[in-house]
Design a protein around this ligand. Structure first.
Ligand code: ZN
Length: 127
């Protein structure tokens, strides 16, 4: 739960930062990609919590924050809104179809060794 709240906090900062630099409703298109879904559970925690459920909750929380704090001023879309598996190729096609400016894939990876405490961030700048 602490990790979930940390992730929500980070996205809140991201939304606040995006709003602060002057993005408007017609501004950049942001796609959040809650990983996994359907039969693909992703990582499973020791208490049985599934990655696919956490990342979907994070994506929906960002949408809620955008609506309640910023009146939906940011153009944010999810690649999935329910517990369904969207193939990677279809996620990419969605990003291209919407001409996304930013694509954020959300994952909650796990490590079997307790000494591994890492935040991983990957990005790609379209050319
Ligand atoms: Zn994952």
């Amino acid at each position: 739960m602490k990790r979930f709240l940390t992730i929500c906090f980070c996205f809140g900062l991201f939304l606040g930062w995006s709003f602060a630099i002057g993005q408007e409703k017609n501004g950049p298109i942001i796609i959040l990609d809650p990983g996994h879904g359907g039969l693909d559970y992703g990582a499973v925690g020791v208490n049985g919590v599934r990655e696919k459920d956490i990342v979907l909750a994070v994506g929906k929380e960002v949408l809620r924050l955008n609506k309640e704090l910023y009146g939906n001023q940011l153009n944010i879309y999810l690649t999935r809104y329910s517990d369904t598996l969207i193939w990677l190729g279809h996620r990419a096609k969605l990003a291209k179809a919407l001409r996304a400016n930013l694509f954020v894939s959300i994952h909650c990876n796990q490590a079997t060794r307790k000494k591994h405490k890492v935040l991983k961030s990957l990005y790609n700048i379209p050319t």
